[in-house]
Design a protein around this ligand. Structure first.
Ligand SMILES: O=C(O)c1ccc(O)c(O)c1
Ligand SMILES: [Mg+2]
Length: 627
């Protein structure tokens, strides 16, 4: 399988683009003409430069407004094509994309267009070149791949074929199954892009909002299954016009794209095993069974403060690491690891950010397989030197310095607590049983990368993005979760530095865990136990409870209990949700205790503005800047 990406998909100069694309593992590039024109060097130089990076030029594009023109425009279009053929030969590529005309003077008619393509094919063939025809979703006469195919069929020239682009087909809701009828050898090239489901003008949507397969809402997998069913064996190429990517990290976007392509093609062959997909086998996604541990990098006074907070939350010290300044805190099925080492990954995280979550451990059925899948998707593995008596727990790097470990029972990795920490049975604790969700904060532009990271690696689905209103700006929140909810991650994207999330981000120098939610089956009993341990909840104002009383019918006494315990409330069609926040610790990190009744699926998003306002008040009251 040959992978490719259009140069428009990533930011930077042509040289920067090539370096990032080659490093990410692609086989080739589509040269977008504008990138070439902007470059100060001959086509031969560009061709050599591409090949020096170990890449090939899979396509030159776009050639616009060619077919259906009356004379003298028609002759002029052919002259223009001949010049571009010269350029292609110098560049060293044999395929050009002709997109369907939007020219006001262009005439309709399948046979007229077919005749134009027959002649263009004959001229291209003389030079050993090929023509691919793509239906733009907003083409003047041709805007459907079925019509483009009919023109190619009638053009009846071996140097003229069809180019399919998932965006143009799926954006117009054209059934991709219609592709199965096209002979694979007449499909010369396939471009892939996804997009978020937003109602807007097709051209504007296409030029600004495309994203990587799996990052949007289009059925790119269904499209690609149909393409592969034709026997198509050519390049699979990303063509992503996206404002954010144009200004984003060149290397990061190239890597995300590669990850999306591999995951997509693996999904295609899993969905339809009869299809021939030339990709080495990779392990399937597994569903995480939950969060096995959360590790904090911390030090000195901050470590003592965190320990004190953990105690008020019901945790007990369950063991000390045999070789390191690392302690294990536990209650129910929840493990918190405090790492005060002065060398290694945790130390580096502490130096950069102060007290921070530096590592998350996920419980899975086969840890090695998850890491193998991650590596096939282009993710860097992570390892540190192993001390005496320590287990080698498979791990990978996430973004902005984060690390994920994977723990399974099958290879005995779950014995790490006993072997490295001398821990016995779990202390029962004060009621919290497991981690309900992990909330990660990041800048808005990194949200797609994180979403793709989780959904391509593990069996996790994303839910629609919701807006959370901070008094000082907007935070966008996206949930990724495993099918049974065993692992739930909320990704919070901050635009403004003034939001709570934005301040957290700037003060912790990059994306990291901002809060951890602990699940209990009885929040009122838990909070009573915690109160006796000195737990100090985030106070909620009277107005909040007055509004709750107006919005919901509560059984007698419930609202009073909630108010007395500073418990927040939400409800969906399935059940109720109760939450209570702890006050933030150094750096703005905080815990929350939650109770989900009868399968409530949300995260209390309607409460977020009031929680954020309360946290900002708390920050001001302490005389420290509001976070
Ligand atoms: O937006 C465009 O004009 C455009 C150009 C070339 C393509 O391949 C495409 O899909 C869109
Ligand atoms: Mg295209």
């Amino acid at each position: 399988m040959k992978t490719s990406i259009a140069t428009v998909s990533v930011s930077g100069s042509l040289v920067e683009k090539l370096e990032a694309i080659a490093a990410a593992g692609y086989d080739g590039i589509e040269i977008f003409e504008q990138d070439f024109i902007a470059f100060d060097g001959s086509p031969r130089d560009v061709g050599n430069m591409v090949r020096d990076h170990g890449l090939e030029i899979t396509l030159f594009q776009p050639f616009r407004d060619f077919e259906g023109l009356p004379e003298p425009l028609r002759a002029k279009a052919f002259d223009r094509a001949e010049r571009k053929f010269d350029l292609m030969q110098e560049l060293g590529t044999d395929l050009v994309l002709v997109c369907s005309s939007v020219h006001p003077a262009s005439l309709g008619g399948v046979d007229r267009a077919a005749a134009d393509f027959h002649e263009l094919g004959a001229r291209a063939a003389k030079r050993g070149l090929r023509i691919g025809y793509e239906a733009l979703a907003w083409g003047r006469h041709v805007n459907d791949h079925r019509d483009a195919w009919e023109i190619v069929r009638r053009a009846d020239h071996e140097s003229v074929g069809l180019i399919l682009d998932s965006f143009h087909t799926l954006a117009r809701k054209i059934d991709p199954e219609t592709i199965r009828r096209i002979p694979g050898d007449k499909i010369f090239f396939v471009q892939l892009a996804d997009a978020p489901a937003i109602e807007m003008d097709l051209l504007y949507w296409s030029r600004h909002f495309r994203n990587m397969p799996g990052e949007g809402d289009l059925d790119v997998t269904g499209f690609m299954r149909a393409v592969m069913a034709t026997g198509y064996g050519g390049p699979i190429s990303l063509e992503i016009f996206n404002d954010q990517f144009r200004g984003g990290s060149t290397k990061g976007v190239a890597r995300d794209g590669y990850r999306s392509l591999i995951a997509l093609m693996d999904d295609v062959r899993r969905a339809e095993p009869a299809l021939e997909v030339d990709l080495p086998p990779i392990p399937a996604r597994v569903a995480a069974d939950g969060v096995s541990f959360v590790e904090f990098a911390t030090r000195g006074d901050e470590a003592r403060a965190l320990e004190a907070l953990l105690q008020t939350l019901g945790f007990e010290r369950a063991g000390n690491h045999r070789n390191k300044a690392v302690t294990l805190w536990q209650q129910g099925g929840i493990r918190i690891v405090l790492n005060e080492e002065i060398t290694g990954h945790a130390a580096a995280a502490w130096n950069a950010r102060g007290t921070t979550v530096c590592d998350i451990g996920l419980a899975v059925s086969d840890a090695q397989a998850v890491v193998q899948r991650a590596e096939a998707l282009g993710t860097e593995p992570f390892s540190q030197p192993i001390g005496p008596g320590e287990l080698d727990i498979p791990a990978i790097r996430g973004f902005s310095g984060s690390v994920l470990h994977f723990i399974d029972e099958a290879s005995g990795l779950d014995r790490v607590w006993e072997l490295e920490f001398g821990a016995g049975a779990n202390p029962a604790g004060a009621g919290p049983t497991r981690i309900d969700h992990v909330a990660q904060t990041m800048s808005y532009e990194d949200m797609l990368s994180w979403t793709l990271f989780y959904t391509s690696l593990l069996d996790m689905k994303k839910t629609p993005m919701v807006d959370v209103f901070d008094p000082d700006g907007l935070v966008r929140s996206q949930v990724v979760e495993s099918p049974d909810g065993a692992l739930r991650v909320t990704l919070n994207g901050a635009d403004s530095r003034r939001t709570l999330a934005g301040r957290f981000l700037s003060e912790t120098f990059g994306a990291s865990v901002q809060h951890l939610a602990l699940a209990t089956d009885d929040i009122f009993a838990t909070l009573e136990t915690l109160a006796a341990r000195g737990f100090d909840p985030l106070p909620m104002p009277q107005n909040y409870y007055d509004d709750l009383a107006a919005r919901f019918d509560f059984p007698a006494g419930l609202i009073g209990r909630m108010q007395a315990a500073n418990v927040l409330y939400d409800r969906d069609e399935r059940g109720a949700f109760f939450q209570c926040y702890a006050r933030a610790v150094t750096g703005g990190l905080f815990f929350e205790i939650v109770q989900r009744d009868s399968g409530y699926t949300g995260f209390g998003a309607p409460n977020a503005p009031f929680r954020i306002a309360a946290q900002k008040r708390q920050g001001r009251a302490k005389g420290v800047p509001a976070r």
